[in-house]
Design a protein around this ligand. Sequence first.
Ligand SMILES: Nc1ncnc2c1ncn2[C@@H]1O[C@H](COP(=O)(O)OP(=O)(O)OP(=O)(O)O)[C@@H](O)[C@H]1O
Ligand SMILES: O=C(O)C1=C[C@@H](O)[C@@H](O)[C@H](O)C1
Ligand SMILES: [Mg+2]
Length: 162
Amino acid sequence: MTVILIGFMAAGKSTVAKAFDQGKFIDLDKKIEKEIGMTIAQFFQEYSEDKFRQIEREVFKTAVQSGYAVIATGGGIVKLAENRNCLKELENVVYLKADFETLYGRILSDKENSRPLALRSKEEVEKLFTQRAAFYEDVADIVIETQGKSPEEVVKEIQELK
Ligand SMILES: Nc1ncnc2c1ncn2[C@@H]1O[C@H](COP(=O)(O)OP(=O)(O)OP(=O)(O)O)[C@@H](O)[C@H]1O
Ligand SMILES: O=C(O)C1=C[C@@H](O)[C@@H](O)[C@H](O)C1
Ligand SMILES: [Mg+2]
C-alpha cells in the first residue's frame, strides 16, 4: 500500500515521510529540484508557477505508479483539478492537519526549505491556507491532527492505520 501525505506548507509531510521506516519513500519537491537542477524558489523566479505545476503533475503521476510506501507531496498538489481527481481515486491519502498559526510559525523557523509562496504577507499566506484547507479535506481519506504531536508520534499514528 502507498500512503500519500498531503497538507499545507510545513504540515510535516517531508519530515514524516523521511521518518517512515517501512519501505521506500519519495518527496516530490526534492525529486523535482533534482530534475530541474535548481531550488523551487529559483524555478518560480526564472520560469513560473504554472510551469512548476506541470512538472509537479508529471512527477506525481509517475510516483503514484511506482509502488512507494510513502509519497510526500508539495503543499500545492491540490491546486490542479487533475491532481485532486487523482487523489480522490486513490486510497490512503492522509491529510496532515494543523492550524494556521502553528504552520506559519513552522514556516518562519524552517531555514532549510525555500517556499516561494510563503514569501507573501502573512494575510496572503493565510488566504491561501483557507482556500487549500477545503481541498485537502475533500480529497483525504484520513485526517491526522498534528498539533502538539512530534513527527515520530504522527508516523506511529500512520503506521497504526495499516
Ligand atoms: N509535528 C511537528 N511538530 C513540530 N515541528 C514540525 C512537525 N512536523 C514538521 N515540523 C517542522 O516544520 C518544518 C516543515 O516541515 P516539512 O518540511 O516536513 O513540511 P512539509 O509539509 O513537507 O512542507 P512543504 O509543503 O512546504 O513541503 C520543519 O522545520 C520541520 O522540522
Ligand atoms: O504550497 C505550495 O504551493 C508549495 C509548497 C511546497 O511544498 C512546494 O511544492 C512549493 O513551494 C509550492
Ligand atoms: Mg515537503
